[in-house]
Ligand binder design. Structure first.
Ligand code: SAH
Length: 350
């Protein structure tokens, strides 16, 4: 059965008429699921009993429940551990910024990219997140912000566990659904998707011109360092990633975010900053310097050279920001909460 969340309004109208249900019912369904956050057909009071029975035969709802919820008292970051229908766990995080609330969604269960510094990569990819599961993460966060903060969820980043461009089709359909729906209605310009640098997909994404922003996890100014910390660099080397980025900028005219985690004695020297500045000189991009969140399973540590690194970039005319830390008291680093849960379950079985 198809998830009701996997259709755009136009697609659902078509699907309904094919099954002898009037197209306007799609609008009613959308109002219930996206504005009123209802998750069963039985609750849709203005739809006839006969149609409700038909709809139940045709479409399913995502069965996703909140297993654990953590709130960081200092900055209001909210982290959900969500249990999926098949028993898998994912993480979804709400963050408050001066421009509003933003949600960070998960794109895969586990990740195959195996970046050495990242907790998510410790557990291999099991499967992709479906369109319905993407949407449901968004709805859970949206409902939480509206109920608990009396505010709107306006921004989204696809920076949770997984490599979004390794789940390309579902990701793109997710954007299509989310940008059109009355109740959801989030502007593509307020969405950012982050990739470790899958070159063909960056180009394909550019060609879509869907106005969604692109962030690239660079984390190194040269192949030597990048090879050490990001195995994917052996497939798509730095020069190819930069070439794909140039293509994206040329086609979309949108500014790219370069993510750069500062890891002690790995990529944080002044020379590294100068080299990075040379690499990015004159390009429509800015560097987001990210404080490293310690992962207990590896030997990397947070750099204390953030301000110096930032200053060298500035001196070399590269725009940069230092990312504010979020949720440090609630296992904020990618995948940490999920790994805890998996270990908890494993230990419980022993
Ligand atoms: N696979 C995608 C998106 C998920 S990771 C990508 O690589 O971009 C989102 C961001 O968090 C990436 O920039 C990633 O490198 C970074 N990240 C992973 N582990 C981290 C950690 N322990 N501390 C800080 N940032 C981390």
């Amino acid at each position: 059965m198809n998830s009701i969340y996997s259709f755009t309004l136009q697609e659902l109208k078509k699907e309904l008429t094919k099954n002898n249900i009037k197209a306007f019912v799609a609008e009613q369904i959308f109002d219930w699921i996206y504005s009123k956050h209802v998750d069963s057909f039985d609750e849709m009071k203005n739809i006839s009993k006969e149609n409700i029975e038909k709809l139940k035969q045709l479409f399913s709802f995502e069965n996703m429940v909140v297993d654990k919820l953590q709130v960081d008292k200092h900055d209001g970051t909210v982290k959900f551990l969500l249990k999926l229908e098949d028993g898998n766990f994912i993480e979804t995080v709400i963050m408050k910024f001066n421009y509003g609330y933003s949600v960070c969604v998960t794109s895969q269960i586990g990740c195959n990219m195996a970046c050495k510094f990242c907790a998510s990569g410790l557990i291999r990819k099991k499967r992709n997140i479906t369109v319905g599961e993407f949407i449901k993460q968004f709805i859970i966060a949206k409902e939480y912000v509206e109920k608990n903060f009396n505010d709107k969820l306006t921004h989204m980043v696809v920076m949770g566990i997984g490599e979004p461009f390794d789940n390309f089709e579902n990701l793109i359909q997710f954007f299509e659904v989310i940008k059109q729906q009355k109740g959801l209605c989030i502007s593509p310009r307020k969405i950012t998707v982050s990739t470790c640098g899958l070159v063909e997909k960056i180009k394909e994404f550019a060609d879509l011109k869907n106005q969604v922003n692109l962030a690239i996890s660079l984390h190194a100014p040269n192949n030597e360092i990048r090879n050490k910390i990001m195995p994917i660099n052996k497939v798509y080397s730095l020069d190819k990633v930069i070439e794909a980025m140039d293509y994206y900028i040329k086609v979309t005219k949108r500014r790219v975010t370069i993510e750069y985690i500062l890891i002690k004695d790995v990529n944080d020297s002044d020379e590294n900053a100068v080299e990075l500045a040379k690499l990015l000189k004159g390009k429509l991009c800015y560097v987001n310097l990210i404080p490293y969140n310690k992962v207990v399973e590896n030997n990397y540590f947070r750099s204390v050279r953030g301000k110096q690194f930032f200053d060298v970039l500035k001196k070399n005319n590269i725009q940069a920001t230092i990312r504010l830390e979020r949720g440090s008291s609630i296992d904020a680093a990618c995948g940490q909460l999920r790994i805890k849960k998996i270990l908890e379950l494993r230990n419980a079985k022993v």
